[in-house]
Design a protein. Structure first.
Length: 96
């Protein structure tokens, strides 16, 4: 007889835990669905802004030409090592 109340108490706690766990699962599933919908919309916005940012500007298009010209000038001056890199960097940035 002493064990009957203990068994009933344990069963009550077990059923309560299972019952509470089921409600949480439903709430989390609904929350995940809402989050996924929101994240898809956000991802679409990010993709569209990235596509707009990928178009190179006129200055970016001219950069390889300037670099090539500065390298040619460095070759004509027979510059090497640190002196060459300093010259090319200053030339490309427009300081030389």
């Amino acid at each position: 007889m002493k064990r009957l109340p203990a068994v009933l108490l344990c069963m009550t706690l077990a059923f309560a835990a299972v019952g509470c766990g089921q409600d949480k699962g439903k709430a989390q599933t609904e929350r995940k669905a809402t989050t996924q919908t929101t994240s898809k919309a956000t991802a679409h916005k990010k993709a569209s802004t990235k596509a707009q940012k990928k178009a190179p500007t006129l200055a970016q298009k001219k950069q390889p030409d300037r670099t090539a010209d500065c390298n040619k000038q460095a070759n004509l001056k027979n510059l090497k090592g640190v002196d060459r890199s300093r010259f090319v960097n200053s030339c490309v940035s427009g300081r030389a």
